[in-house]
Write a protein that binds this ligand. Structure first.
Ligand code: ADP
Ligand code: MG
Length: 318
């Protein structure tokens, strides 16, 4: 990988830069210094990507679905987003995005010198703001160290990406620590089942032990009908059990499966389904926009005019 830009910025800031005698030299040197300051400023601007790892304790709870839909939503909101498929064992982010035929190179190929990073960064055909980097095509070929991951993130940041979402293996899988190490933020995905919640709690502990304190929660596959009958925990119950701030709640929705099969994230649908709206709202909150929490029980009426009461009722359970 080429990190020569790092070397360039170091070069002008030497004692030589400050020791010129003639005024001509002074102006040349101060111009150099000005240039290097500009480079440094650009560098710090361009390398300020938000790096968010999407993880869970239990497998199959919706990490990849969440990464694809949140990533696409954020890209549609005008930000440059890279999605990294770091779940080597269950690599399928490319399928969900419909990009499987375009993944010719992976991060492993970059490390082995077989291609450049930009060749492994697959641009989405619908939204140029969105790119995908797969770490490896198969588990046998996986040999990406923590340092490698950090270098990839740094290089992608330098390309001006605002968000980097890492679709991570479940908490106990190989590669978890390597995948989370470059992240400053995390999104824990869970379903409202006791086993998934307990595993999510363990992962929250692992994240904290690895210095990731900015953690948010996404509760997926919520069934309001079951909550009403007391057969499922409410989103509020899940959130209180884990004690992690809530980013969003996504309902169980058969369109998720249809969209997976089509390789078209839900949030791209012209008429958004409830889960599509819920993902869009979560994406807005992720970029810092205040948004209402969707009322999954009466979704198609305006939650603001319905009053906050109903929304609260949903999160409180019954
Ligand atoms: P993970 O990445 O955590 O293993 P996936 O995102 O691959 O989980 O989802 C696992 C399965 O659950 C997939 O078949 C997916 O279509 C399905 N699924 C995920 N979220 C929902 C949802 N909200 N409603 C219905 N099915 C879902
Ligand atoms: Mg997955």
């Amino acid at each position: 990988m080429n990190f020569s830009r790092h070397l360039e910025i170091n070069e002008p800031i030497t004692s030589k830069s400050f020791s010129s005698e003639s005024s001509k030299n002074v102006s040349v040197e101060s111009k150099k210094l000005e240039d290097s300051t500009k480079i440094l400023q650009n560098l710090s601007n361009s390398s300020s990507s938000r790096v968010i790892v999407v993880t869970s304790g239990k497998g199959g709870v919706g990490k990849t679905t969440a990464t694809a839909n949140l990533g696409m939503s954020i890209a549609r909101l005008g930000y440059k987003v890279t999605l990294i498929d770091a779940d080597i064992g269950l690599r399928n982010l490319d399928l969900l995005l419909g990009l499987e035929n375009r993944v010719l190179y992976t991060a492993m190929d970059v490390l082995q010198g077989e291609c450049r990073l930009d060749q492994a960064l697959i641009r989405d055909k619908r939204h140029k703001n969105l790119a995908l980097l797969s770490i490896s095509k198969n588990r046998q070929k996986y040999n990406v160290t923590r340092k490698n991951m950090e270098n990839f993130i740094e290089s992608i940041s330098l390309l001006g990406y605002h968000f980097i979402l890492i679709d991570c293996p479940a908490g106990i899988d190989v590669g978890f620590i390597n995948a989370i190490s470059p992240a400053k933020e995390s999104l824990i995905v869970t379903t409202p089942e006791i086993t998934a919640i307990r595993d999510a709690d363990r992962v929250a502990g692992l994240l904290e032990a690895n210095g990731i304190y900015n953690v948010k929660l996404l509760v997926n596959r919520v069934r309001p009908d079951m909550i009403q009958k007391n057969d499922m925990m409410s989103v509020r119950d899940v959130q209180e059990m884990l004690g992690i701030p809530l980013l969003g709640a996504i309902p169980e929705d058969q369109h998720v499966i249809i969209s997976t099969n089509k390789g078209e994230p839900l949030v791209l649908k012209k008429k958004l389904t409830l889960s599509g709206i819920a993902f869009e709202n979560a994406a807005r909150r992720l970029i810092g926009k205040q948004d209402y929490f969707i009322d999954l029980q009466t979704p198609y009426t305006n939650p603001i005019s319905q009053g906050i009461k109903k929304v609260q009722k949903f999160f409180l359970g019954n």
